[in-house]
Design a protein around this ligand. Sequence first.
Ligand code: SF4
Ligand code: SF4
Length: 671
Amino acid sequence: MQFYLILKSLVMLTAIVAAFRLFFIKLKRLYSIMMAVEGKVEPSPFNRIKERINVLFTDVLGQSNVRRKKLPGISHTLIFFGFLAIQIHSLELMIRGVFPSFDLLHIMPFIYSKYLFLADIFAFFVLIGFGYALYRRLVVKPPYLTMGRDANLIIMFTCVIVISFHFINAIQSVTTVQISVFFPISGILASFLNLNSWSSGWLTFMYEIFYYIHIGTILGFLIYIPGSKHLHLLAAAPNVFFKRLEFEKAIQKTDIENEEASSFGLAKVSEFNWHNVLNLYACTECGRCEELCPAANTGKPLSPKKIIHDFKIDLFDQADALLTMASLPEPSKNRDSILPIMREGSEITHDVLWSCTTCRSCEDVCPVNNEHLDFIFEIRKNQVLMEAAFPPEIQETFSNLENQSNPWGFSSDTRADWCKGMNVPLMMDKPDAKVLYFVGCAGSFDDRGKKISQATARVLQKAGVDFAILGPEESCNGDMARRAGNEYLAQMLIQQNVEIFNQYKPSMILTGCPHCYNVIKNEYPQFGAKFKVIHHTEYILELLKEGKLVSQDKNFGDITLHDSCYLGRWNNIYTAPRKILTEINSGKLIEMDRNMSKAMCCGAGGARMFMEETIGQRINNVRAKEAVSTGASMVCAACPFCITMLNDGIMETDRQIPVKDIAEIVDEGTV
Ligand code: SF4
Ligand code: SF4
């Protein structure tokens, strides 16, 4: 026996040292790759530590995003906490393999006995969680879930670890009378197998078998993790911790004046920043992002899950070249040794890149807070600024923006024509107006948009608001150019508006368009314009609350509400439009199946409004069909682009119900 224990100690010590060595070698390589990339994380994520710790608690320990999908969320939570719970006992068993007398129960009997009791229950939770995961994989088979060898191996590894854990506990519960009370689940297993009737020699033999299975699988798993999708076990927490808080809803500003910059945007994996790489490591391949992506759901070649996976493959394929480049001093670095992301035969094609509507569903739902749009925006930037590669139809839009400051090319002098005869003042005539109503391009030039602006102006006048518009002094907000990758043009437009804003210094900027709202509120501060920005839905609600607008309790029929991406997911405004509709309309508010944070995009964002949609189904048609299928007699939205897209979509359905902006309903339904 003594000889066996010495032999076991030596075998275990060798196995543990070898496994940990391999694990750390793999980990070191992953870390080196992360540090070899040359992009900068801006702003630095080593700030606001308290907030970041909070996010760790809610998103990682609280599993907040995971739990948004009910059953898979519960299943993941059971697996997560169950697997965490058994680690201390497994570690103790591992140490005991080398030092047989090591026994935590003797060191801290009270705490450890309670822990063993709970760990035994939590271990069983893992099996329940995996039971559901297997059912999902084998029976439900959601199309967005990766069903590869990797996932199956991981399920197998984990189940073996937990089952052997229960067997070890079960045998211990009968071989050591003192601890029989500590294993509620394994105790049942011991009774079921009638372990009490087994001879002590047989029990010892089976204990050793399960011991080696348990520790061997843990060590195997340890070596396997860094090369598998379960790398997220290590990367998810730091990925969440370092997520962008500062400009969460803003595109990063590129210093286009930098004469030393040899390139703008993202062209190669070597230009990722370390947080981009952490995103790739953290992906669990759960497919939630793909499930909600309007492009993926309408037959486009874009899948947010796949692009993350493809970047990871590209990064690993080029890791040797990247590490060699990073190891050399500056003059010897051969950056040409790294191949471009958008190369011949790449999975990231132009159709993939330009299919994105920037709806942010993918980021919003991702359980590890991946930032897919950082990649998409930066690659678009590179394609437009460095390669002049973009869908040909937006060339004209870029020219119109550059020459007339609106995407359609209407003369910028006519920007205030929509309010002729309405007695709407210009800021140049009323520079001390309290509210600067930023009308936007759609509201100024598009026929449908103009009606919404007129309704908004009437509502403001009715409520006695002291407001004025910029008229010809207003430029396009820059959102469309920015999201289409034309950072140069976007910054030109933004600067023009920033100068005017800083000249008038309004106490509030009101917008009717969520794109204007988002860019002015979240991105203009990068250019030195920090103002209070409010969307008309929030402002109208305030006016109603203050009694400056009074509902006539009209019946507009049953209304369904479409949440605009840039109002909802980008800015978390969901309740204001709903409250307004409930207050103004005596009919019902009927929710579509996909509403609020899960609402489907109308297809216009990310400059898609100005591009052809030739692949798959039209996104606006799918959304319009969903709206009509609610049985509502009207669709409401709070964005001129959504209104146009839904209107066009509804034309293709067999029940052509009206589409109205909230401002129009308020205009008609209040005094
Ligand atoms: S990016 Fe996020 S949501 Fe998409 S598959 Fe990976 S972990 Fe899941
Ligand atoms: S932002 Fe929207 S369209 Fe773009 S990849 Fe994400 S989910 Fe798909």
